[in-house]
Design a protein around this ligand. Sequence first.
Ligand SMILES: Nc1ncnc2c1ncn2[C@@H]1O[C@H](COP(=O)(O)OP(=O)(O)OP(=O)(O)O)[C@@H](O)[C@H]1O
Ligand SMILES: [Mg+2]
Length: 287
Amino acid sequence: MGAWATGNPSRGNPGIGNGRPNFNLGSIWAQTRAVHIKGTRVNYNMPAQRMQEQPLLHLQEVSKLYSGETPFLALDRISIEIKKGELVSIVGPSGSGKSTLLHMLGCLDMPTGGEIFVEGKAVSKMSDDAVADLRRDTIGFVFQEFNLAPTLSTFANVELPLMIRGVPKETRREIVERNLAAVGMSDKAHNLPSQLSGGQKQRVAIARALANSPKLILADEPTGNLDSKSSAEVMSHILQLHKKLGITVILVTHDHALAEKTDRIIRIMDGKIESDTRKKHAGKNTG
Ligand SMILES: Nc1ncnc2c1ncn2[C@@H]1O[C@H](COP(=O)(O)OP(=O)(O)OP(=O)(O)O)[C@@H](O)[C@H]1O
Ligand SMILES: [Mg+2]
């Protein structure tokens, strides 16, 4: 992959400029682009609204107040943008609001203040069905506890979201086989979760998260239940999905070494962003 490749040029690019990065390039080639029409080079002025690509996710002053006997403000006016193709980790002490934030980013739970925009669309203005469709079609979730169906084989666990979507059998088989191969689990296709190690279970969970070709993988402590060897293996698969498929990845972790492997680290403290740092060359996915 070239220095500017983003992995999946067919996804999210506006057509002109394919092969160039999806990231917001500001002034580099926002104003005028050259296109070829019947072999003739023509300068093309980008309409203003197309000049800046929408962030994949935008949280605007998002708060979450858990109500109950002792109400608790778990997120306090958090504003962040996540661009397509980013590899982000969320770190912070236990109870600081990392999982709550991840749930907001994944539209698994609604904020009590502020607004979440997914590709420019305000989630609060969508119907419940539209939010459920958005989650299913855009986001793959990976959790610390794997959440595999215990009575289903590896193959059937990965197949399940495709069945729910009504994908035909032969296509399902192709997708499941491809996703299991991507995480090195083809040889355990017929095992039940109880016949797999922790790291293997998590790799199945990642293959399942890939079923609907998500734009975004959200992972909450994906290596939290694993020993260091399995943890490194699972992490290397997640990094490969980012590099090879250009999938945006946001992961919550306690593991500093793991966070250091990502391009951007958002540090949460008491429901607020304490810092948000990018590596110097983040965004130039060097595959
Ligand atoms: N359903 C709930 N009702 C009330 N309070 C909650 C609820 N869920 C979470 N909290 C509180 O909100 C705060 C943030 O919780 P969250 O699960 O987001 O933390 P975290 O940073 O993911 O922690 P950990 O690293 O331990 O997983 C905590 O103080 C927690 O007790
Ligand atoms: Mg948590």
